[in-house]
Design a protein around this ligand. Structure first.
Ligand SMILES: NC(=O)c1ccc[n+]([C@@H]2O[C@H](COP(=O)([O-])OP(=O)(O)OC[C@H]3O[C@@H](n4cnc5c(N)ncnc54)[C@H](OP(=O)(O)O)[C@@H]3O)[C@@H](O)[C@H]2O)c1
Length: 255
């Protein structure tokens, strides 16, 4: 598998590439199939990786392997947050923090696909990109207080944590959902505001990834990637840790 994303801190957990060998009893795939997946083991920074078949799906036909390698963990995180944990419905108001990043950019598009009204926080230079992928309202978190621009929301997807998460209670309506893969929301504040708090860890799910692949091929999702050769993994990880990406960094393990 020649591609892996440069995410942190779990490096090399998502891959895209071609099946070169099958384990005993595997009938779901054939040698030569193009697949992608969130493989949950730190094996992606290599020209070959081992994965359980249940964690893989056929790569979207509309994406190159390099683009597809940027998708599994971020898209599954956004999917599970919005669909499984928050149950986003048509016309609901959803705020996504860190909307221009890997998970955020997937979340904006999935929320839009679900028919939600999408509020997105990011610094101003990302706003045109966010509008292009589906944000209805953009908020510059460096100069604007999101509490002054959004209220009565059904869902906040917190991809920042800390003070941003704490301030998010106030913009939710009663029985709204504050969902975060970053840290557990404060229970006592959740009770005070009558908000449902959710903290979760993303899980591998080849079936969900197949549905995500379909959304790419139908034109509902796109991914923004910046590519580095594997030899520059350190530079890519350092850049990723700076937390100011648009979309995702990927490593081309063929280079
Ligand atoms: N628990 C799990 O299973 C799980 C799974 C996936 C992700 N996560 C966590 O989810 C978070 C998001 O992951 P990611 O890969 O999407 O991150 P990322 O791509 O590194 O996020 C980068 C984005 O964050 C934005 N940002 C930084 N500080 C912000 C703030 N205070 N307000 C609004 N936007 C801000 C940046 O926008 P600017 O450039 O405008 O600053 C940038 O576009 C991370 O903390 C990650 O560890 C957890």
């Amino acid at each position: 598998m020649p591609v892996a994303s440069a995410s942190t801190p779990a490096v090399g957990v998502e891959v895209a590439g071609t099946v070169v060998a099958l384990g005993k009893g595997v009938t779901e795939l054939n040698i030569g199939d193009e697949v992608f997946g969130f493989i949950n083991i730190v094996g992606g920074y290599a020209t070959k990786a081992v994965a359980q078949v249940s964690k893989l799906a056929f790569k979207p036909k509309s994406l190159s392997a390099l683009q597809a390698g940027a998708v599994p963990a971020t898209a599954l995180t956004a999917w599970q947050a919005l669909i499984e944990h928050a149950g986003v419905q048509r016309r609901q108001k959803v705020l996504i923090h860190a909307a221009a990043g890997g998970v955020g950019s997937m979340a904006v598009q999935i929320a839009k696909y679900l028919g939600a009204e999408v509020y997105a926080t990011a610094s101003a230079h990302h706003h045109a990109y966010l509008k292009k992928i589906g944000a209805d309202y953009t908020i510059d978190y460096t100069t604007q207080a999101f509490e002054e621009l959004a209220s009565g929301l059904d869902v906040v997807l917190d991809l920042v944590g800390g003070e941003t998460q704490t301030r998010s209670f106030a913009v939710l309506k009663k029985h709204g959902v504050l969902v975060s893969p970053v840290s557990a929301p404060n229970m006592s504040l959740a009770n005070d505001y009558g908000v449902t708090p959710v903290n979760f860890a993303t899980r591998s799910d080849g079936r969900q990834l197949s549905l995500i692949a379909e959304l790419f091929d139908k034109g509902h999702l796109t991914v923004n990637v910046e590519t580095y050769p594997l030899s520059e993994a350190k530079v890519a990880i350092e850049k990723s840790m700076g937390r100011h990406l648009r979309g995702r960094l990927v490593l081309d393990t063929a280079k």
